[in-house]
Design a protein around this ligand. Structure first.
Ligand code: FE
Length: 212
């Protein structure tokens, strides 16, 4: 019968040193002013329909979650990610990386300027296409509030066919993944506005990818 106990003495745990205590965190200083504007991260302007994307991050009781890091990533307007694993035969845009982040304000509000992403094919089955969407990641203030999800655009004909969309069984929860066109967020002569609130936990929570 082989021995199952550890063969070596335990490694002593040393108290965290100054490096760990002062190391980088997702603090205010890390987020630059250009991080929220995905159309100004390169020398030129990206192609596509410019949009403003804004909403509030709320907890289960409807209270704003302030100072929250909101990260987004998305395909360009042709439906291609600036990532080496994306081999979709659509053009890359040298003026668009497709990643942004910002902190929520005192009202729990986030704000991004970007371009509307294009649809792209994926190999789930023949002729499977992802509808235009923006990926979101939020950490929340507690472990149970960690949220990774996707925002969809209203009225897109591809959305009802999307397997990831359909994986959310509850139609009401599914509907919470769709932004609303909001003329009040339009920037005149510049961009179209979309409003999307995110609820981190509770019965009206925004559906997350996978399980929490
Ligand atoms: Fe995607």
């Amino acid at each position: 019968m082989p021995a199952r106990q550890p063969a070596r003495p335990p490694v002593p745990v040393v108290a965290p040193g100054a490096v760990e205590l002062t190391g980088p965190v997702f603090g205010r200083a890390d987020v630059g002013p250009l991080d929220r504007d995905l159309t100004r991260q390169h020398r030129g302007e990206p192609l596509g329909e410019r949009i403003t994307l804004s909403g509030r991050v709320l907890d289960r009781d409807g209270r704003p979650v302030r100072g929250q890091l909101v990260e987004v990533w998305q395909a360009n307007s042709a439906g291609r990610y600036a990532h080496r694993t994306d081999q979709h035969a659509a053009p890359l845009d040298p003026n668009f990386t497709g990643a942004g982040r910002c902190l929520t304000d005192d009202d729990g509000r986030y704000h991004f300027t970007t371009v509307r992403p294009g649809a792209y094919p994926w190999n789930l089955h023949t002729n499977a296409w992802r509808p235009p969407h923006v990926h979101f990641s939020l950490f929340g203030t507690a472990f149970t509030q960690r949220l990774v999800t996707q925002m969809y655009f209203p009225g897109d004909p591809l959305t009802p066919h999307d397997a990831i969309w359909r994986a959310v069984g509850d139609p009401a929860a599914r509907a919470r993944l769709v932004a609303a066109y909001d003329p009040a967020l339009n920037v005149p002569e510049w961009s179209l506005g979309y409003h999307w609130d995110i609820v981190l936990d509770g019965p009206a929570a925004t559906p997350a990818e996978g399980s929490r």
